[in-house]
Design a protein. Structure first.
Length: 725
């Protein structure tokens, strides 16, 4: 029997050595350190007790017992640390430190036992029984140590059982189960040792040996030391999503804490709970459970190529869906507000532009038909004020277009000298009124005809020129047009506007393109404008893939410039622009009709009598025959009775508006089937042109109209054989 016990003791030592080596090799986290500490303490204890079993004298046995206790006093402490980490239980570091001091003191008490009776009251060495052994009676310190071990055991078992019951992962359950069995085996043999079942052999040694066997299974079969598995278990149980895994036999093989909360029957009867889950899924992507909404993902799980089961993942989408619903409601409110804004702008555009049309139209007629110097001066003042008001309205409407993302760049062939001439004719009256010198420098080698968006280039340049005149009190404004050649077919058209005005502070340059913001407000409070001009230029140039460059010295003047890539249509050079400029200066205030068409007949439908009067007056010298109608109904009646070459139709009219009249006219066919219909409207907000063309109009003319734009529109749509001159 003695030989058998020695073999068992040697086998347990060998197993512990293998276990220690395996732990050391896989050491990745603190929990591995605690288990290494426990196995090392057990190894020292077992080696010491083997020496006790082989001792021949009392002195040898006592020395071997001291070696054994060097490990034995730390077995319960190290196993406690391992268990706490395994079960994710936190204990105050101060408590653990105090316990460590007690264990260290216990070893000191045992090692010095021959000098006092605190640990052993008596120690005898006998040769009878299975093998020679020590017979000891115990003192108060040893009894306290044993009591502490009982407290450890009860506490650890409680924590371990709770963790085992809470675990949902089958692997986690089995790991914890084998650890629990290892603890219970040690407890069993510890109790047997306390009961003195075998006086000549310490049964706790056999308990340690059997416990090692179960720890082996936990480590090697169920990856007790696999930290990734432990981490996965922890993460799965702390996920906000509910996860349930069902095998091919429709049995639940795993569920996490959230799933247990969501489907309580999983805790009581997992297999029957499968039906609850299948009913909840019901083939839909979202599931309502209690008062919450969950999205559902179903994923097939494979072991190699073989189907192993299905994983159901329920994600709580209640807050996200509520947030999306709120966003949609906010978007609907924003859309409604945007529609209301667009409607308001359209209405205001119509209401403001209608009287401006009359004011500027009659003013143009006065300038055409009157020769009294004083009256002409008054008329020019009215024209300047009206154009300023119109500019502000146009700025707001252009900003609305940019803000709505409805600015389109529409390239076409254009004449550069014509572009410059238009700019000069529009800005010269303002410069003259402030007695500023307007200087124009055009590179004579600039190609005469280019391909690009002349309208947008002109708009940008005019905004810069207008600003230069506004902010220059005396001196000059210079417009420079030049170019850089890219290749044979392309150039960069360069437009530079310089002034001797008030300049811009360096601190204000960053705010230069902010909408509705005017820099140096205190100094510039007397200067008219909306503060939108440079913002519009900035955005229009960005739409043409370029930018505005600014150089300024406060108090001395500013230079604004931009360069736009343009395609060359004609290699012919502009030549000397000065001659063209002189002609332009002489003709700025002179009017001459651009054509005559006495055989042509047009219809103008507008509910504002003063607008009809202005239109008649502006076209008077062209000799075109003009009929008018006050609303859509009257206009429709006239189209049924008479053929017209062009029909102008206002949009917003009582009884029948312009859209309704156009639809009825196209439906009727008759005498005016195919007659060009032009939208004549004060609605100039973003997208207005596109809206009218989409409705079936052939063209679009925004109020207030000028004599030149009206003549150009009429001439463009009249039959060629009826136009003379």
């Amino acid at each position: 029997m003695n030989q058998t016990l020695l073999i068992v003791q040697c086998l347990s030592i060998g197993a512990l050595l293998v276990e220690i080596g395996y732990i050391f090799k896989n050491w990745k986290a603190r929990i591995h350190g605690y288990l290494f500490f426990y196995c090392l303490a057990t190894l020292i204890n077992n080696l010491g007790y083997l020496a006790v079993m082989l001792a021949k004298t009392r002195a040898d046995a006592l020395l071997a017992l001291q070696i054994s206790y060097f490990g034995r006093v730390w077995i319960p402490y190290s196993f406690l640390l391992f268990g706490l980490k395994l079960c994710e239980k936190k204990v105050s570091p101060r408590v653990l430190g105090a316990l460590a001091l007690f264990h260290f003191a216990t070893y000191i008490m045992m090692a010095t036992a021959k000098h006092h009776k605190l640990y052993y009251t008596s120690i005898d060495f006998v040769y009878s029984g299975l093998h020679p052994h020590l017979v000891c009676t115990y003192g108060i310190w040893r009894n306290a140590f044993m009591a502490l071990m009982i407290v450890y055991t009860v506490y650890f078992l409680t924590v371990l059982v709770r963790r085992l019951l809470a675990a949902r992962n089958p692997f986690t359950k089995k790991r914890l189960l084998f650890v629990l069995v290892a603890v219970l085996v040690q407890v069993l043999f510890f109790v047997l040792e306390l009961c003195k079942v075998a006086d000549d052999y310490d049964l706790t040694m056999l308990g340690y040996t059997l416990a090692i066997f179960f720890m082996y299974i936990a480590m090697f079969r169920y990856d007790l030391l696999d930290f990734q598995e432990l981490a996965k278990d922890f993460v799965m149980d702390h996920l906000s999503e509910a996860v349930v895994a069902v095998n091919v036999d429709k049995k639940v093989s795993f569920f996490n804490e959230r799933a247990g909360e969501l489907f309580p029957r999983l805790r009581e009867d997992p297999d029957r709970a499968v039906e609850d889950i299948r009913l909840a899924a019901n083939g839909s992507e979202t599931v309502r459970i209690n008062d919450s909404i969950f999205s559902l993902e179903k994923n097939n799980l494979y072991r190699g190529k073989k189907l192993a089961g299905t994983a159901y993942v329920f994600k709580d989408e209640t807050e996200r869906l509520a947030y999306i619903k709120e966003l949609e409601a906010q978007k609907q409110l924003a859309d409604a507000a945007n529609i209301a804004k667009s409607s308001f702008l359209a209405r205001m555009s119509h209401e403001i532009r209608t009287p401006i049309t009359a004011m500027l139209g009659f003013d143009e007629l006065i300038l055409r038909e009157n020769s009294d110097r004083a009256i002409l001066n008054y008329a020019r003042a009215i024209q300047t004020a009206g154009n300023s008001l119109l500019e502000m309205i146009n700025d707001i409407l252009d900003f609305s277009k940019i803000e709505a993302g409805k600015v389109n760049i529409i390239p076409a062939a254009y004449d550069v000298s014509g572009l410059v001439t238009d700019l000069v004719s529009m800005i010269m009256p303002r410069a003259d009124s402030k007695r500023l010198a307007l200087r124009v420098q055009v590179d004579a080698n600039t190609p005469e005809t280019l391909y690009g968006d002349e309208v947008r280039i002109k708009q940008c340049a005019l905004n810069l020129l207008t600003n230069a005149v506004k902010y220059t009190l005396d001196g000059s404004v210079t417009l420079t047009v030049t170019f850089d050649r890219i290749d044979v077919d392309n150039i960069y058209l360069i437009v530079i506007v310089s002034d001797t005005g008030i300049g811009i502070k360096s601190d204000d340059l960053e705010r230069l393109f902010s909408p509705f913001e005017r820099i140096d407000e205190e100094r510039n409070r007397g200067i008219e404008g909306t503060g939108l001009g440079l913002n519009i230029v900035h955005n229009l140039l960005a739409a043409m893939d370029t930018r505005l460059d600014v150089q300024s010295e406060y108090g001395k003047g500013s230079t604004f410039s931009f360069r736009v890539r343009q395609q060359i249509v004609s290699q012919k050079k502009i030549g000397d622009y000065e001659a063209v400029r002189q002609t332009t200066r002489k003709s700025v205030a002179q009017y001459k009709e651009s054509f005559h068409a006495p055989d042509a007949k047009i219809l103008i439908v507008d509910d504002t009598p003063v607008n009809l009067t202005v239109m008649r007056g502006l076209l008077k010298k062209t000799l075109v025959q003009i009929d008018t109608a006050a609303d859509g109904i009257e206009g429709l009646e006239k189209t049924r009775a008479e053929h017209y070459d062009v029909i102008f139709i206002d949009h917003m009219m009582p009884n029948m508006d312009g859209m309704e009249m156009l639809a009825a006219l196209k439906k009727d066919g008759g005498k005016n089937d195919g007659t060009p219909c032009i939208a004549l409207t004060a609605n100039a907000i973003s997208g207005a042109r596109e809206m009218y063309l989409a409705a079936g109009f052939d063209d679009y003319l925004a109020k207030p109209v000028t004599g030149a734009s009206l003549e150009q529109m009429v001439r463009a749509h009249l039959p060629a054989e009826k136009v003379h001159g």
